[in-house]
Design a protein around this ligand. Structure first.
Ligand code: PZK
Length: 287
């Protein structure tokens, strides 16, 4: 475990440490958030599932875009990464109409400047995946912005590049996942630059924390879809009538066990790798 003095960033469920001038260590905890609140109960191995899945995708998308992964640590939850100059936008690709995209569509018929066909229902598959951008809000929620605002932040040429690469990454992963029983409704990428201005994919990509994963077998457009990973937690919290204001409730053992099983199931379905093999040697996902 790195020294606390080297902590350079922390999120709701992960921490970022400096290793040296060129390298960072991204550590995924077992904490879980729901309705934007981190719960007091952890899901054992959740951080390892997310780290392993992100590593799996990084290893398989190198030809589409360079990424920050240097190595996985033997603990299975820590990624050594190249230190990047992060771009100040979040890059979201949506293949289905959910969340803020659905909300915007119901009020305006468009999502971040993409006019969509009329008559789409909630969770409908879009004719083509769309790229939408958001600002990185320090506190609270990321705010959707339009293309012109994003171009002001990163330049029109760079925006075109991140759009093309984001859509290619999404298409690759969504196609892979669909044949394994998981729909990736949408996903968020964060990119950075290295010295000569080369674009590099950073953060944790194509995990259930950075994406909406839906079980393909239960897909029924026309309403909201169950979350592949967090549905037991949400259902339990709803059953309590919790007001969704912190602190959240402790989770009972059966909800913890069921949720852990869903994360492991997502890992195994998507990678085709036994999760115990990953725990024994994290590099298994990189081969
Ligand atoms: C970087 N974040 C998000 C915030 C976290 C993560 N390779 C990189 N180089 C430079 N900066 C970052 C990365 C990555 N990944 C990522 N902030 C900076 C973030 C809080 C906690 F774990």
């Amino acid at each position: 475990m790195p020294d606390a003095a080297l902590l350079v960033g922390s999120g709701k469920v992960r921490e970022l440490y400096a290793l040296d001038d060129e390298r960072l260590l991204l550590v995924a905890s077992d904490r879980i958030s729901t309705f934007d609140v981190v719960l007091p109960t952890e899901i054992p191995d959740k951080g390892r599932v997310l780290t392993g899945l992100a590593g799996f995708w990084f290893a398989r998308t190198r030809d589409l875009c360079a990424n920050h992964l240097l190595a996985l640590r033997p603990d299975g939850r820590s990624t050594e990464c190249r230190r990047l100059e992060m771009l100040p936008i979040e890059c979201v690709v949506r293949g289905y109409l959910a969340g803020s995209g659905w909300k915007d569509y119901t009020t305006t018929g468009a999502v971040c400047g993409h006019t969509l066909p009329p008559g789409l229902t909630e969770s409908a598959e879009l004719p083509e995946p769309i790229f939408t951008q958001a600002t990185k809000a320090r506190t609270g929620h990321d705010e959707n912005i339009d293309r012109d605002q994003a171009a002001e932040l990163v330049g029109v040429e760079r925006l075109g590049e991140v759009e093309r690469v984001s859509i290619a990454l999404y298409r690759f992963a969504a196609e892979h996942a669909r044949t394994r029983g998981i729909l990736i409704a949408d996903t968020k990428f964060e990119f950075g630059l290295v010295e000569q201005g080369q674009l590099v994919l950073g953060d944790e990509a194509l995990t259930p924390d950075s994406s909406r994963f839906w079980p393909a077998g239960e897909y029924r457009p026309g309403g909201s879809q169950p979350s592949f990973d967090k549905q037991f937690v949400r259902d339990y919290c709803e059953s309590l009538g919790w007001d969704k204001i912190a602190p959240g409730p402790e989770l009972p053992d059966d909800v913890v066990a069921g949720t852990r099983a869903r994360y492991v199931e997502a890992f195994e379905q998507l990678t085709g790798i036994d999760f115990d093999d990953y725990l024994a040697n994290p590099d298994t996902v990189l081969r």
